[in-house]
Write a protein that binds this ligand. Sequence first.
Ligand code: G1P
Length: 296
Amino acid sequence: MRDIVKRKVTKAIFPVAGLGTRFLPATKSIPKEIMTLVDRPLIQYAIDEARAAGIKEFIFVTAKGKSALEDYFDSAPELEKTLRKKGKTDLLRELRATDMDSGAIAYIRQREALGLGHAVWCARRLISNEPFAVILPDDVIAAEKPCLQQMVEQYAETGGNMVAATKVAPEEVSAYGILSVTGSKDKLLTVDDMAEKPSVEDAPSRHAAIGRYILEPAIMNRLKDLKQGSGDEVQLTDAIAQEARNGGKVYGYCFEGQRYDCGSKAGYLKATVAFALARDDLKDELTDFLKQLRFS
Ligand code: G1P
């Protein structure tokens, strides 16, 4: 019989405690999530995607040195006043679109950098017994329908634990959580195991997990007892793998859209160029410049 339980996801965890070492020295004083694609910080893209998917509670797992990130979500009355006085209504509108309701964001501190799984577990008390999303702001996904929204719609149908998935080249599998897949239907992959950053020889497939997850509360219990795994860190992948091996439903979701790995310099630059070329106010000048570079 068809399961008619309504499955609504209203909470999302944003693990933002990482040191951002790949972007030093900039990240000495700027959290990497504040770095911009054109003029919007990476975290704004993540928040916008979560809102589009119906998320109401935004849980940031932060660490020391991330206060600029918290400040970003404060209201800016002085700035608004100045813009109003100068009649800069467009800018004012843009600024207002970044406003968050009072109480919508919670900040949880991760005291030690023990890995993604540990960061997610730090939010356990705010999640309690509900399904939740996890968004890694490093992974920026340009899509007509935002990726998490695609997943939330699928989740309403199927439930289970869902990981955004994309195929990667063999030489890239060692940078991702890789899915062991037993079957597929439309955009859904049935997953019976996962491996975090396996060697190409050991990788169970080329389907990689991308930074969007919808997880059931059982994952928090798995995280509680997990030992450190790959890279000496507590891995979210290991908790999901354990759930799959023990008969829990785990799916890979082959989303539609273009994903940019903004955790790497090349990926970040590609995203910057792509997002700028998509903007009416920048595309002509930038296209001319890129042509000049190519032929000089
Ligand atoms: C994390 C996860 C990994 C996933 C990746 C997606 O790794 O641990 O399973 O495939 O994000 O971007 P990280 O890139 O933080 O090392």
